[in-house]
Design a binder for this molecule. Structure first.
Ligand code: ATP
Length: 384
């Protein structure tokens, strides 16, 4: 079943939690709502479920207006963070519950219920736990029961609100790939809420990045990671260096690097570069004295080797700003890098946002960065 959220707004008193939000989720997709705490993810999920009334806007399910349907009439299964299993029922009865409480006419026979529950317990790999009570299960097992219970009533949409939030890192990791496999098998349209970017990148077909009740970007994990649309997405997903730049006479300057910027860019810019998009050289490129180089000078202040990756903390010689770079351990060995060594830093992929003051929100202070241009620095700077 497809989901369409059309122009919804939700306020609590004078506080706007969601503003003019539009989102389309095609049938069979696993979409992750990703955003910081308080950004409105749960409110949006509850609006889709019919558990929350919105002030303005519509929710369409399979193209039909479901705005005024109650949760029971939407064909939706829900999995919450806190398991919400019935403590006095064993695993089998928990999963069977939704089928048993159906009106008599719609209720399956006892044999059908038994077959369905066993099928689901097999799917979530808990067949041998059917007789156990929730208190005799681990947190991860409880969540698998909760998922089986949600699936028992054959929902057309599955909504998961931080389902692995209460579990430790290793169990979370296992359950993510397990959930992904189950989704690939069943293809139920699913909306998964998390504030954990790693979880989102691993599980989602598409990620919806939400900030302050508005969508910042919708894209595949690869798109949002590699081509963040806004400074917020850059900061929120993955590691990033934030580098300030000056704009004068239509050109941006970062140390001795320069590039043209589009007209109307303003006078200051913030630049974002991922640590793995930084190249390190130990010698200045072969250029004549009065030509500016295409690298900036820095000193290595700290080296951290994490398996195949070398993480370097670099201090810019011109501004004293710190930059973090990630290179392969092989490259690190080849270059023979040492702490306090002067090096030359090149940016492979640097995104530049114009910064305008006093617009009330943004990644830093009271400023808002506007995505006006993107600059890549390789051999030379150029605006793309
Ligand atoms: N019933 C309510 N009354 C007033 N404010 C509310 C209510 N429910 C939520 N809020 C506020 O709305 C905002 C969004 O809440 P919501 O639970 O949707 O955020 P979230 O992104 O899911 O956060 P988290 O990741 O912490 O669960 C928060 O600032 C929250 O305090």
């Amino acid at each position: 079943m497809s989901i369409e959220v059309r122009n919804i707004t939700k306020k609590y008193g004078s506080f706007t939690v969601i503003q003019n939000l539009n989102l389309e989720i095609p049938t069979g997709e696993l979409v992750v709502l990703l955003g910081p705490s308080g950004s409105g993810k749960t409110t949006l999920l509850r609006a889709i479920a019919g558990l929350e009334r919105t002030d303005i806007g519509q929710i369409l399910l399979n193209g039909e207006d479901a705005t005024h349907l109650g949760p029971r009439d939407r064909g939706i299964g829900f999995v919450f963070q806190n398991y919400a299993l019935f403590r006095h029922m064993n695993v089998f009865e928990n999963v069977a519950f939704g089928l048993r409480v159906r009106p008599r006419k719609l209720r399956p026979s006892e044999k059908e219920i038994r077959d369905r529950v066993h099928e689901l317990l097999k799917l979530v790999q808990l067949e041998e736990f059917a007789k156990r009570f929730p208190s005799q299960l681990s947190g991860g097992q409880c969540q698998r029961v909760a998922l089986a219970r949600a699936l028992a009533v054959e929902p057309k949409v599955l909504l998961l609100d931080e389902p692995f939030g209460a579990l430790d890192a290793k169990v979370r990791q296992e359950l993510r790939s397990w959930l992904r496999n189950i989704h690939d098998e069943l293809h139920i349209t699913s909306v998964f809420v998390t504030h954990d970017q790693e979880e989102a990148l691993e599980v989602a077909d598409r990620i919806v990045v939400i900030n302050e009740g508005q969508i910042e970007q919708v894209g595949t994990p690869e798109e949002v990671y590699t081509h963040p649309a806004t400074p917020f997405v850059y900061n929120f997903i993955g590691r990033v260096n934030v580098i300030s730049g000056q704009v004068q006479e239509g050109r941006i300057r970062i140390g001795n690097l320069e590039a043209e910027v589009p007209e109307g860019f303003g006078t200051s810019a913030i630049c974002y570069v991922r640590p793995h998009d930084i190249e390190i050289e130990t010698q200045r490129e072969n250029q004549s004295e009065n030509q500016s180089t295409n690298a900036i000078e820095a000193t290595i202040r700290h080296i951290n080797i994490i398996g195949p990756v070398a993480r370097l903390d670099l201090k810019r010689s011109d501004t004293g700003e710190f930059i973090q770079a990630e290179i392969s351990n092989d490259m690190y060995q080849r270059l023979g890098l040492k702490v306090n060594q002067p090096v030359y830093v090149k940016f492979r992929n640097l995104k530049v946002f114009a910064q305008e003051k006093s617009l009330g929100k943004g990644p830093q202070d009271d400023s808002e960065a506007l995505p006006v241009g993107s600059v890549s620095l390789n051999a030379n700077l150029h605006v793309s």
